[in-house]
Write a protein that binds this ligand. Structure first.
Ligand code: GDP
Ligand code: MN
Length: 397
């Protein structure tokens, strides 16, 4: 689950990570009241207006603006709120900005070149360890730094049983070129950030930039955080952080229907029961010259209703050029699934523009094939796995 910057900052500050403070608003009527209370808390008279969308690179796209007075604050807020913000990480049409974060300005005037660091914590699945990545070259495109000057990025591998060790904390502050109070502040920043990462079951925390002010404060100016969906049952209070409007609508619908669906980039929609068969089917699609458009496991207990729901879901994806249904009828009978598919097809009528390949094997497979073949619908049926590649090649040509 992705979080917005304002949500991530709130969580981090609960773990004593120093942040650039702010107020989130979703309409202009609340703007002045909130900016006044922010000024009272922080003493700021300059504000930063920051678009809240699930994508980075907002600054470059005009979604982060420094306002040096109330008129500018009003102007930038009304410009950004409701805009379609385009950044290198959004879809081409951009993303609608429904909330803005008004923050204190934490860059001191006269501070020519403030230190902006990059800092992230993630899971390294190859080593089964956490990984802390950090660099003095923060604020800008870290991808570019990684490509042009990879030696400027440092890594600390963290054993999950030991946590981020005191020597590693000191090494991080040292490598970032800090000394004195800033060094101490960086040690506690890293320590608290790592603690927040572990306690919230996050799979990613990325702070870019971490700012060192000229009076040696260390602050999270930006915050990207991804929480592990599989651990959300341990954090019931996080459920209200989910912003469904930012998520893939087909994935949201699948979740509500209790289907395991992951959107992919390919052109062949697939519906399979069982994760193992789903993987084998995706391999088969690739070998046949196609690319899976999704991973969809309707589950071992797939009944006609679930099949129908899944079928409709796949057809909503505009990338899909053909659909492959590959169901093994172990518990569910193939003839029932076949009827489910035929019913779904008839219900959707002329909405179906793409060829459908159905391979049903297991209990009553032969009857199932008859049902499909006799339906008069444009569905290619197959019983043997080996027939499928041929069918895929046919529909792709
Ligand atoms: P991103 O573009 O989506 O990564 O958004 P950020 O939150 O990182 O903000 C973009 C840039 O705005 C930062 O790299 C900073 O240089 C700048 N910025 C953020 N906060 C402040 C601030 O308080 N004062 C000033 N002057 N600049 C800021
Ligand atoms: Mn950033």
């Amino acid at each position: 689950m992705n979080l917005h910057e304002y949500q991530a900052k709130k969580l981090l500050s609960d773990f004593n990570v120093p942040i650039q403070r702010g107020r989130v608003v979703d309409n202009l009527d609340d703007l002045i009241k909130n900016s006044e209370s922010l000024s009272k808390e922080t003493g700021t008279s300059w504000y930063v207006v920051k678009a809240q969308i699930h994508a980075g690179g907002r600054g470059k796209g005009g979604g982060v603006k420094l306002a040096k007075n109330i008129d500018e604050l009003k102007k930038f807020s009304s410009d950004i709120l409701g805009m379609m913000l385009k950044t290198p990480q959004t879809p081409p049409e951009g993303k609608l900005v429904k909330k803005i974060l008004i923050t204190e300005d934490v860059y001191y005037p006269g501070d020519e070149e403030p230190d902006e660091f990059y800092f992230s914590i993630l899971l390294n699945r190859n080593t089964s360890k956490f990984m802390v990545m950090y660099s003095k070259q923060g604020g800008m495109d870290i991808e570019q730094v990684a490509e042009d000057t990879p030696h400027l990025i440092y890594y600390e591998e963290v054993d999950p049983l030991l946590g981020l060790m005191p020597n590693q904390l000191r090494k991080i502050a040292f490598n970032l070129g800090l000394s004195g109070i800033a060094f101490k502040n960086m040690v506690s920043f890293s320590k608290n950030l790592f603690n927040a990462f572990v306690k919230t079951d996050a799979s990613l925390v990325e702070i870019n930039p971490v700012l060192k002010t000229s009076d040696s404060k260390i602050l999270a100016v930006d915050a990207k955080m991804v929480l592990d969906d599989n651990s959300l049952f341990r954090h019931k209070d996080f459920e209200n952080l989910r912003d469904i409007s930012e998520e893939n609508p087909i994935e949201v619908e699948a979740k509500e229907a209790g289907l395991n669906y992951v959107d992919l980039d390919g052109n062949i929609g697939c519906m399979v029961n069982g994760a193992g068969l789903a993987m084998a089917t995706m391999d088969l699609i690739k070998q046949s010259g196609g690319e899976p458009a999704n991973f969809l496991d309707v589950g071992g207990t797939a009944d006609a209703k679930r099949v129908e729901a899944a079928f409709k879901l796949i057809l909503k994806d505009p990338k899909v050029k053909a659909v492959l249904v590959n169901i093994f009828g172990g518990i569910v009978r193939c003839d029932r699934v076949a009827n489910g598919i035929v019913d779904a097809y008839k219900n959707m009528g002329d909405q179906i523009k793409v060829p459908i390949i159905v391979r049903l094997q297991g209990t009553n497979a032969v009857e199932a094939k008859e049902i499909i073949d006799n339906s008069g619908l444009k569905i290619f049926s197959a019983v043997e796995f080996s027939e499928v590649p041929l069918r895929i090649k046919e529909v792709l040509s």
